[in-house]
Each structure stands twice: as structure tokens, then as C-alpha cells.
Design a protein around this ligand. Structure first.
Ligand code: IMP
Ligand code: MG
Length: 173
């Protein structure tokens, strides 16, 4: 059993998701929003956020994994599961659990832009800006976090702890 210290409570997360949902609803008023959830981590945040958005929402899911060695600067990611639907001409928002180095998202956003959406935005629950090596424009952020290993609310350590209702840090014993 790992030692996990809570850093953001369930209550604070719920409050922040409500705020972001209201902001998105206002900024996209009169439009339809197509949310793309990045599996697996983004799924928890996507569902909670979707419930707090009052404009019409559609959903799709995508799964990506890093290609080759972590340190390569190519930033190439492999699509493990592609979208079910076309995004051409739609207002698209990618929903992620965390932007860390930015490697995954910089590649993904570039690839999605080539599919000609009407607009393309990025919403992440967590941002670790101190770790950025690849530039990514983030439109909506839940919380900025320090350079620690985070678990919970979709984020895993060896596939565990995604189901924690709070955001925690793994602390060395
Ligand atoms: P990137 O470095 O921005 O490309 O992030 C790649 C992926 O690494 C994220 O989508 C997360 O799945 C994972 N990741 C980054 N930081 C953490 C963390 O602190 N805990 C758990 N997963 C993380
Ligand atoms: Mg992820």
C-alpha cells in the first residue's frame, strides 16, 4: 500500500468543476460543444464536467500512448483508439487529466487541428507547468500542481488509484 497524502479535496474539485462548467456554458452560449475525453485518466473529469455544462454537449473518446523513448523530442504519440466521429466543422474541446511535459497534448492538438474543427480548445483538470518541455495552449485549467507525483480523480500509479475521489500525492515512506 502506497502512502497517499490528499492535496486537493473532493469538495474543492467539485466546486472548481462547477465553476469551469459555468464558464464554458457562458463562453459557448448558442453553440454545441463536442467534448473529446482522453482515456483513461480524462474520463473521470470529463463526466463530472459534462454534467455541469448547460449547453448541448456530445462526447467522444480517444486513447493515445507515447511512442518510443520518453526523452525523444519528436513528441510523436500513437493513437490506440481513434475518435468514432468526424470533428470537421464542430466546436471541439479536448478534456485531459493533466498536462505535464506537454508532449502528448502538443502532438494531439496539432493532429486534431488538421481535421478542421470549427474551433479547438483544451481543458485540463491539472497543470504542472514547471515540467513543460513542449508548448501547449491550455484554455481551461482546474488547478496548478507542483512537481510531485499525483494520483486520484483519473490519475494512476501503475493503473491504481484512478478511482480516488480526491487528488493526492504519493509520499515516500
Ligand atoms: P505529458 O508529459 O504532458 O505528455 O503527460 C503524459 C501523461 O502522463 C498524462 O496524460 C498522464 O496520464 C501522465 N502523467 C503525468 N504526470 C502525472 C502524475 O503526476 N501522475 C500520474 N500520471 C501523470
Ligand atoms: Mg493522460
Amino acid at each position: 500500500m502506497d502512502n497517499i497524502r490528499e492535496i486537493i479535496s473532493e469538495r474543492r474539485i467539485n466546486k472548481r468543476i462547477k465553476e469551469i462548467g459555468a464558464q464554458i456554458s457562458e463562453e459557448y452560449a448558442g453553440k454545441e460543444l463536442h467534448m473529446i475525453s482522453v482515456l483513461k485518466g480524462g474520463a473521470f473529469f470529463t463526466c463530472e464536467l459534462a454534467k455541469r455544462i448547460s449547453i448541448p454537449v456530445t462526447l467522444d473518446f480517444m486513447s493515445v500512448s507515447s511512442y518510443g523513448d520518453e526523452k525523444s523530442s519528436s513528441g510523436v504519440v500513437k493513437i490506440v483508439k481513434d475518435l468514432d466521429e468526424s470533428i470537421e466543422g464542430r466546436h471541439v474541446m479536448v478534456i485531459e487529466d493533466i498536462v505535464d511535459s506537454g508532449r502528448t497534448l502538443s502532438y494531439l492538438m496539432k493532429m486534431l487541428r488538421e481535421r478542421k474543427p470549427e474551433s479547438l480548445a483544451l481543458c485540463t483538470l491539472l497543470d504542472k507547468p514547471s515540467r513543460r518541455t513542449h508548448e501547449v495552449h491550455v484554455d481551461y485549467t482546474g488547478f496548478e500542481v507542483p512537481d510531485v507525483f499525483i494520483v486520484g480523480y483519473g490519475l494512476d500509479y501503475a493503473q491504481k488509484y484512478r478511482n480516488l475521489p480526491f487528488i493526492g500525492e504519493i509520499v515516500e515512506e
